[in-house]
Ligand binder design. Sequence first.
Ligand SMILES: Cc1cc2nc3c(=O)[nH]c(=O)nc-3n(C[C@H](O)[C@H](O)[C@H](O)COP(=O)(O)OP(=O)(O)OC[C@H]3O[C@@H](n4cnc5c(N)ncnc54)[C@H](O)[C@@H]3O)c2cc1C
Length: 457
Amino acid sequence: MTAPAAGEPGASGREAPRERWPHVVVVGGGFAGVAAVRALAKAQVRVTLVDRRVYNTFQPLLYQVATGGLNPGDVMYFLRSLRVRQRNLRVVHEQLVSIDTDAKTIQLLDDAVISYDYLVLANGVTTSYFGTPGAKEHAFAMYSRSQALAIRDALFVRLERAAVGADTDGLHLVVVGGGATGVEVAGALAELRDQGLRPAYPEIAGDAFRVTVVQRGDEVLKAFPASLRRYAKDQLTARDVELRLGAGVAAVLPDAVELTDGTRISSDLTIWAAGVAPHEEVSRWNLPLDEHGRVRTGPDMRVVGLDAVFAAGDIASTPFDLPQLAQPAIQGGRHAGRQILNLMAGRPTTPLRYLDKGTLAVIGRRSAVGDIAGKLRLRGLPAWWVWLFVHVAGLLGSRNRFTTIAGLLSRYSVGFHRSPVPIVGEVPSVRPSRTQPAQDPAPAAAAPDQSSSRSSQ
Ligand SMILES: Cc1cc2nc3c(=O)[nH]c(=O)nc-3n(C[C@H](O)[C@H](O)[C@H](O)COP(=O)(O)OP(=O)(O)OC[C@H]3O[C@@H](n4cnc5c(N)ncnc54)[C@H](O)[C@@H]3O)c2cc1C
């Protein structure tokens, strides 16, 4: 058995005064940051978690918020509540703006300067529009709470308008990107239309809306094996989701999307689920970056050339070429925390041994795909149950797990699924006789930060 060392409980008969404990600063309270914080829970360290939001966002279920299936609070967790179980933690609600690795300090947006002994960067990534003209202005991204709510509210504003307007042929929603996020949101929108909205909007002839997925590649879910890609395509088609494959988006207009093959498709609401990039400020931090602007780390998650700085999660570019998903973030963040304990104890760091637990994507009720580490392929109901279990288990807080199960079961379970009642927000009255148009949630108003999804277009 290894003797406890500095930083670990029981390392010496007497504890050093708290103020002399090494200071670990973790930037970002997402999957990676929270895992790093928790790895240090029992150590004699002072941990400061810095996040520009007061809550953690469970991004994998944001599309449920955007489609009226879950309340936003179900998938958010108040970061300061982590202190209930972890007393060596302090939470600072601010944004990191610069790092001085020589002085071992970071500067926050409110000009506060915090010194660290060890720094973990886990600030995630944001939406990339690939420079597509009009995309930032006219397409709705889905990376944050406010963005998910903006999609939901914009949808209902447009539906109410269609219900009182002369043009009652229904709306057209365009989802840009056929990766997991695009497929999940398109499938959920189609089910919302078929189960909840058709009877709710008798004023709109036919369907309340059509859904089209635009994907540059020839198939959806390109990260999955061929048989699962075909299954997903068939399931989307069975739900009347139109697929425009083989052409990317050249421009987004207020009422249309122009494709790279020259075609123009009308769009009442365009959802951007097509790519991610590091936050702009990362390029000013004087850190080694890869060709995509992510922070380069060694196998132990330490930033290349910096002994006391780690990066984990979506922002980290490791030698292992890990996907930008929750599991690499959790395992990378936890590993960074454990390496800090090693360094404090005078032990060498060890490389991350990533355990691939597989990838899941849900298409709708009883329909999902799962590629479990390349060994097991799941589809249909078994994959859906695994998806449900994994997503509920991954939420922070038992209250969130409880309300999410209730929300998902009332959307999908027997008895409920034929007439689910969507969760709605503020929808201004539509009064066509007056000059003042109904206020419409716009993409630019959705969030101070712009962000989006995992998949590439
Ligand atoms: C819509 C959507 C669906 C997804 N679905 C899945 C899925 O089904 N399965 C899956 O495995 N993965 C999924 N992902 C990907 C997964 O969510 C990410 O890989 C994961 O969140 C990355 O974790 P992270 O800790 O690196 O970053 P994040 O979870 O993004 O956390 C970063 C944190 O840093 C904070 N931050 C950012 N900049 C600063 C700053 N300058 N100062 C202070 N704080 C800052 C942010 O507020 C945020 O809290 C999805 C992503 C999206 C957007």
